[in-house]
Design a protein around this ligand. Sequence first.
Ligand code: 5AD
Ligand code: FES
Length: 348
Amino acid sequence: NMINLIDKLSTTHTLSYDEMYQLIEHRNEELANYLFEKARQVRILYYGHDVYMRGLIEFTNYCRNDCYYCGIRKSNCNAERYRLTKEQILECCDVGYELGFRTFVLQGGEDGYYTDKILADIVSSIKAKYPDCAITLSLGEKSYESYKLLYEAGADRYLLRHETANAQHYSKLHPPVMSLKNRKQCLYNLKEIGYQVGCGFMVGSPFQTTECLVDDLMFIKELQPHMVGIGPFIPHKDTPFAGKPAGTLELTLFLLGIIRLMLPYVLLPATTALGTIHPKGRELGILAGANVVMPNLSPKEVRSKYLLYDNKICTGDEAAECRMCLTHRIESIGYKLVVSRGDCKKPN
Ligand code: 5AD
Ligand code: FES
């Protein structure tokens, strides 16, 4: 029965393809509560009640790609495009450092304006000013050489969601120029170079089946990433997926719980998308096994322009407001937002 499967997952950290399929298909509220309890136990064992925060700096919304789900895809001519200068990015870090952030995530579309040289200069300047901080990059697919150069410039971590580990599904979410094969190769390259790597996927993206989700979980198990970013798919009005339904809170939380049990040490964010589909989404995410939050440090003027999906939360709030808001939210469920780089406690 399903309780036994959760017990097996929590002691062996793995399930067969078939078992994983059955667990997802037969999930219900009672099973979910059992899963979350186990997920919290293992999370508390490794990370206590600490919640790590990362300051997200969305520095460009130009993108050469045309992913069908994404609001900043190149075909969306309604998107108001912007780029931040190195000085503006450093100002975001200044504000963030004062608020206790010790990880900065530089995220952007795949924007050719930022050459390796420009990016390396931005990374090394942040690192020189804040040597006690970790730098995470989230810039999409690049060559091995570019990844290596940025690592040598001082980047510590890289987030590149695989989006779906099922090749057929991948081709329904992306134009033919993009491939799952290249996506996976990028993740293996990043790992080989020495980055702490994060993969991830959207829950409830169009055409996703339970088989796709099991493929995602099996890929995650194989990659052994330090971080896994998952959040519900939310439609954006100016994309080909405009009329598609959003992913659910319920399935996203269940998958967070499973991932915590599969990879006890993993850094698992309660994402902004989760906070967007439900007012208590991020708190519920933490109670399902997540241990990271990633509020926005982008300047207020550009916040409402980095819209990957509709109704994104916090687009009108200052960084300091989000910091306070999250402190209260996290304390309200008995956890604590900490000032720390928040490295993965994985032994290797
Ligand atoms: N809904 C939810 N998440 C999205 N992303 C992109 N578009 C959407 C959307 N419409 C996610 C992708 C990407 C990350 C930065 O944001 O998974 O990797
Ligand atoms: Fe931004 Fe609550 S986290 S206002």
